[in-house]
Design a protein around this ligand. Structure first.
Ligand code: GTP
Ligand code: MG
Length: 203
């Protein structure tokens, strides 16, 4: 898929105030610092569309970006970051879960996981929560530029092993790097495919 345009539309902490048209959207979620905002910039070829930072806790709101004037990418705050104040952390968790529970326009979530780490409880719990709420998702392994191919294989295998304890099949997944654009076409083609299905469904 070719990205012709990508524009920031709005930020807010209230799911009821998100854009109220019926355009399909895709939300990026995962631990703080995993690379959600960087991935949005990589996919859209716009280095500073979404704000990124080396310090966790950069994205604090629900951010809508309109792509090709007919679908949205949504950048969300990270979960699992302890250094924000307790009350702020609670708010994140509430509006993140509200976003996923209430947002009818959401076609699929992308759960970002740092390829360098062993499966983390908080990610597994979030994936479980999505499953319990029947929210479609893919897993996106990030920062693949940091590991050699063999190590990437091993880390994906470890993830598969743990997910297959609770899931019948391994959920759909992508291996990506925002630094060298690994996985860019695969993610965009997948979204393109889902967008086409959405259009067919609406006839
Ligand atoms: P929060 O908004 O705090 O939840 O973080 P985020 O998930 O949006 O992460 P962000 O995109 O801000 O990236 C965090 C850090 O990881 C930044 O220093 C990025 O440059 C770095 N980073 C992101 N993606 C990659 C990647 O693919 N490879 C490498 N090497 N670094 C990356
Ligand atoms: Mg961010």
């Amino acid at each position: 898929m070719h990205i012709k345009s990508a524009e920031f539309i709005m930020s807010n902490s209230d799911v009821a105030k998100c854009p109220n048209n019926r355009m399909p959207e895709y939300a990026f979620i995962g631990r703080s610092n995993v690379g959600k905002s960087s991935l949005i910039n990589m996919l859209t070829n716009k280095k500073s569309l979404a704000k990124t930072s080396g310090r966790p806790g950069k994205t604090q709101l629900i951010n809508h970006f309109l792509i090709n004037k007919n679908w949205y990418l949504v950048d969300l705050p990270g979960y699992g970051y302890a250094k924000v104040s307790k009350s702020a952390k609670k708010t994140f968790q509430k509006f993140i879960t509200q976003y996923f529970a209430l947002r009818e326009q959401l076609v699929s979530a992308f759960v970002l996981v740092d390829i360098r780490h062993k499966p983390q409880t908080i990610d597994l719990e979030f994936i479980q929560w999505l499953g319990e709420h029947a929210i479609p998702f893919s897993i996106v392994f990030t920062k693949a530029d940091k590991l050699k191919p063999k190590a990437i294989d091993n880390h994906v295998k470890a993830y598969k092993a743990i997910l297959l304890e609770t899931w019948e099949d391994m959920p759909n997944y992508f291996i990506t790097s925002s630094s060298n654009e690994t996985g860019k076409d695969a993610v965009l083609d997948y979204i393109d495919h889902l967008n086409s299905n959405m259009l067919l469904d609406s006839f």
